[in-house]
Design a protein around this ligand. Structure first.
Ligand SMILES: [Zn+2]
Length: 345
């Protein structure tokens, strides 16, 4: 199938994104509009000249430092309720435009309140309200995941969990551990995730991305991970692979992000097809669409084009995502049934 036709076919397919960060999904045009209104100093007020400051560019050195460096420009934008609601609504509109029908969007309350210094509950409230409104306007169901960072304190993690519990009924379905994986064990957060499970929240842990497979083992065995963010370095350890298969733990794989942060050299060498062939439940997601300049359609087409993934494989991945959502059991069953019907049509 020619590239353009393949892209149209995948774009038309109803899709699921389980791993997308709000803070990595802003529109370039919005950055300029907000900076103009709030008199924020920017390196450029032109979309194309601003792009290299917030997006990985062709030919740029690929490393996690470069990748995370893009967030430092973005961090100065969270200045009001109006901005947070606007960016949330735009992220959801953009996902719906890519024919994503179900998304679990994650955000880090500590990043959003960094300039405003308001309660986490306030920013969570704004994102929940904007999500409910945008879900009414677009043909997409969205749930939220609250992230905490490994390299920040457990006290912050406890506050994030508190907000997740408070907003569980308002659309928050899970909690996430993100941040600098190398050099920061997740074990200090063990009690936080134990409590999250007893409260009925889903747990996803970024692991096996910037550090080895042992971190995936730690996340599953000690941090109650239902899903793993990335987890691609599980391929390095047969014991971890067997554990993932036995437990049915889903991996939230984000191919372009792995290339952009220097974990993987190319789509051709991406471990996704090998993990899938081993029987691991792999899903395909975007991570940070602004920073990686991708849509979910782009991610899937890249894996089909460069890693010999078939349309049936793609559908299996979408169903794996439907079955790995953090929705309550009855809603989860309904979601899987809906996608089953769509994808077999
Ligand atoms: Zn991520």
């Amino acid at each position: 199938m020619p590239d353009q036709d393949l892209h149209s076919t995948i774009r038309a397919l109803p899709k699921i994104d389980l791993h997308r960060h709000l803070e990595g999904s802003l529109r370039l045009e919005t950055l300029i509009a907000v900076a103009t209104e709030y008199e924020i100093t920017l390196p450029s007020f032109n979309v194309e000249s601003l792009r290299p400051y917030v997006q990985m560019m062709p030919g740029e050195e690929r490393s996690w430092r470069k990748f995370l460096g893009k967030f430092s420009v973005l961090r100065q934008f969270y200045r009001s309720e109006k901005i947070i609601k606007r960016v949330t609504q735009e992220v959801i509109a953009d996902a719906a435009a890519d024919n994503i029908k179900y998304m679990e969007l994650r955000f880090t309350p500590q990043a959003l309140n960094n300039l405003m210094r308001c309660d986490y509950a306030a920013v969570v409230d704004w994102v929940c309200a904007a999500t409910a409104e945008a879900s009414q306007q677009h043909d997409i169901q969205v749930r939220l995941i609250l992230s905490m960072n490994r390299h920040e304190s457990v006290e912050i993690g406890e506050l994030v969990l508190q907000a997740a519990i408070e907003y569980h009924k308002a659309g928050v379905v899970g909690v996430d551990l993100a941040g600098q994986e190398d050099g920061f064990s997740g074990l200090p957060f063990r009690a936080v995730f134990e409590r999250a499970k007893t409260e009925g929240l889903g747990v996803t842990i970024h692991a096996g991305e910037w550090a080895g497979a042992h971190n995936v083992g730690e996340a599953v065995e000690y941090l109650h991970a239902d899903r793993i963010g990335h987890g691609i370095r599980s391929i390095e350890d047969q014991r971890i692979l067997s554990m993932l298969v036995a437990r049915g733990t889903a991996l939230e794989v984000c191919p372009k992000s792995n290339i952009d942060s220097g974990v993987i050299d190319s789509f051709e060498s991406h471990p996704l097809p090998r993990l899938y062939a081993h029987g691991v439940k792999t899903t395909i997601n975007t991570d940070d669409p602004l920073i990686s300049n991708v849509t979910l359609t782009d991610e899937i087409v890249s894996m089909m084009h460069h890693a010999a993934m078939s349309l049936d494989d793609v559908k299996t991945h979408i169903m794996a995502a439907a079955n790995a959502s953090f929705l309550p059991a009855a809603e989860q069953t309904a979601l899987a049934a809906k996608f089953g019907a769509w994808l077999s049509a």
